[in-house]
Every structure is written in C-alpha cells, then in structure tokens.
Design a protein around this ligand. Structure first.
Ligand code: KIV
Ligand code: ZN
Length: 386
C-alpha cells in the first residue's frame, strides 16, 4: 500500500451503534456491512462480541459475509473478551482484534485505581494474548487525547513490542484542538521506538464539533488510518463522519492523501444507515444532508445556474446525489424561476417571465417553498402565457 493511502476503519456497527435508543438486529447489520464492503472501507468494526450474545452472533455473521474488508471485533484488555472475540471472528477472511485500555489519569486513577506501570503490563499482556489468535492486532489507548504524550509514547512502544500492528490514539472525549491532536500524532511518529512496525490510527469524537478537523490534522501529521462512522453517528455528539473525512481528502489533492472509497455510494449508504437506525440526518449535514446541495437565495441560485462551481465545491454526482436543487422561495430571483419553469416544460420569454415572476412572489410570500405543481398553476393562470 502506498505511503499516502489512508485506510478507512468504519465503526458504524460498533461505536456508531452505541447511540442511545438505537439498536440494529443482525439482519440489518448484515445489510449495512455488505454495503460498507462495497463502499471500499478497509476495516469494518463489526461489534463488541463479549458484550452480548446478539453482538457475538452479528460479528460472527459479518465475518462470514464480508470478503474484502478486514473484520474487527472490540475487546477490553481481558482474556475472556479477547478469546470470545477470536471465536466470533474465526470465519473472517481478514480478522482483527481491537484491544486496549484507558491511559489518561482519569482512567488510571479513577476508573482502575491503578498505576502507569500496571497499565503498561495490561497493555502488553492483552496484545500478546490477542496475537495468539490473530496476526492483525490493533491496540487502543482510550482517552489518549488527554494522556500525557511521554506516557502515551511508552504505551505505544509496549503495544508494538507485544506485536500490535495498529496503534489507535482516540480522542475519546472530543476535547483536543486540531493543532494539539496533530502535534500528538507527530510526537508519537517521532518518539516511539519501533513505530515503523505499526500504523497510527485516529479515532475522534465530536463533543466540540472538531472530530473531522482533528482526524484530518492527525492524517496530515502521519496517521494512516481514520476511524469513523456513517453520518458521524455515535455516543453523545458522535464520531468522525466517514463521508466528511473522505470528501475532505478527495477535494484536497494538495494533501496527497487518498482513500479507496467509492464516493458515489456515500449518499445511498447514509440513507441506509439513517433508515435502519431510525436516526434522522440533520438537513444541513455536510455531504449527505438534504440541503447539502440545495440553493435557495436568489444571489446563490443565479451563480449556480451560470456555473455550478460558483457556490459548490463538490459535484453532487461524486457523492451519489443526482443534481443540485434550486429551491424556489420568496428569496429566489428571475433566473431561478426561469430555470425551474424550463425544467417543468415552460420556456418563458422575458415578458412572460416578468408577469409570472410577480405572481410567483405573491405566491411564495404565502408559502415556504414553491414546488413544481405550484409553478404549473402560476404559469397556467397567467394571462400573458395563455
Ligand atoms: O472512543 C474510544 O476511546 C473508543 C475506544 C474503545 C476505541 O471507542
Ligand atoms: Zn470511540
């Protein structure tokens, strides 16, 4: 794999599914996993097998189904978790165990009442044990975002010594600023002995709305795997949105970082996940929101009609959206009305447009959005047109 290739690790079915009130059954998970595999993600984190019999069954079924992506199961740094994950993953073409432990003082002191030395030992033992089942072991340092960099480097070295192939540096609480998180990744790249034997992975949460920016900062500074979910779903404010990081990299060839994602599937898979999880996607959501390619003010509409790129940095077709929408409201101008009228079959002369536009404004002031039927009605009842 080229040095500039960013691996996409999708955790919609594990971290994403931790959304309150959302539960997917195995059938739904299989449908989503199949689409993720077709989308071209490198890794599908299928679940947390020890957490419930249902999750075990889903990870096992996904392992049997998926042919291209690596299938991954999450564990704590406990032998039972790791053994159960290895059983759930036994049919996977490319199995990965994702094990780890909290490394910030919040976790060491308050959660585990432990010491840094004991955490290093647990990290080593967990990776070593996971290695007895699979070759590909990813280690996560939970709350790495708030972990002191020097200690984090020792944790990473320990995991590498035990055989970890990927080092996940989660900003579990979504606290880091992009420059700070980027520097953390750079520090690890430069200060961890044996770092060439593993790749660094970024896993960011969105508590301050910075998950995408932090993930990109991590990639710019040397991370080669991004962990993310479709629509950015996940606990609290969610995870890094897959569609966002993928499109940032695609729209910025200057970064010289690419993925293997078939971006034309992004809109469809966003809808699939939203429908199955029963979680509505906000209209202004970047890339896949209903308004991501909709223009409603007259100035913007005029610009887009003349040249789409005036107000659009992404070709909607690139993400699976047929075309930009020119939404007619009381803020729309003549250009938008002429454009939409033509689309529904009326090629208006300048004179006709003037009369129809006056009627349109009257209509639009009373209604939020003017649709195709309204346009027919306005035009057909205009004197000058008939
Ligand atoms: O956010 C996090 O720290 C996680 C780990 C369990 C990987 O999801
Ligand atoms: Zn997480």
């Amino acid at each position: 794999m080229s040095d500039n290739r960013i691996q996409i690790f999708d955790t919609t079915l594990r971290d994403g599914e931790q959304v309150p009130g959302c539960k997917l059954n195995t059938e739904q998970k299989l449908v989503i996993a199949e689409q993720l595999d077709a989308l071209g993600v490198d890794v599908i984190e299928a679940g947390f097998p020890v957490s419930s019999p249902g999750d075990f069954k889903s990870v096992e079924a996904i392992s049997k189904l998926v042919k291209n992506a690596t299938v991954c199961g999450l564990t704590r740094s406990l032998q039972k978790d790791i053994r159960v994950a290895s059983e759930a993953l036994q049919y996977a073409v490319r199995p990965r165990i994702h094990t780890g432990i909290g490394t910030s003082d919040f976790h060491i002191v308050h959660k585990f009442q432990s010491t840094q030395g004991a955490i290093l030992e647990r990290a080593y033992d967990a990776v070593k044990y996971a290695k007895s089942f699979v070759e590909d072991v990813e280690f996560y340092a939970e709350d790495a975002g708030r972990t002191d960099n020097e200690f984090l480097a020792r944790v990473c070295e320990t995991a590498i010594k035990a055989g970890a192939t990927v080092l996940n540096i989660p900003d579990t609480t979504g606290y880091c600023l992009p420059h700070e998180y980027g520097e953390k990744i750079k520090y690890l790249k430069e200060n961890v002995n044996g770092i060439d034997k593993a790749i660094l992975s970024v896993h960011c949460h969105n508590d301050l709305g910075l998950a995408t920016a932090n993930s990109i900062a991590g990639a710019i500074n040397g991370a080669r795997q991004i962990e993310c979910t479709i629509n950015g779903i996940g606990e609290r404010a969610g995870n890094t949105a897959l569609e966002e990081v993928v499109m940032v990299l695609k729209q910025h060839p200057d970064l010289k970082l690419d993925t293997a994602i078939n971006t034309s599937m992004l809109y469809g898979i966003s809808q699939l996940v939203s429908d199955n999880m029963g979680i509505f996607t906000q209209p202004n959501k970047a890339i896949v929101g209903a308004n991501a390619f909709a223009h409603s003010s007259g100035i913007h509409q005029d610009g887009v009609i003349k040249n789409r790129e005036t107000y659009e940095i992404i070709d909607p077709k690139d993400v699976g959206v047929t075309e930009s929408a020119i939404v007619l409201t009381a803020r729309s101008g003549r250009a938008a009305l002429a454009y939409r009228s033509k689309k529904v079959g009326y090629d208006l002369t300048k004179l006709q447009l003037d009369e129809v536009y006056a009627k349109f404004l009257d209509f639009a002031d009373k209604k939020k959005e003017v649709n195709d039927n309204d346009i027919h009605q306005i035009i057909e009842t205009s004197k000058i047109y008939n």
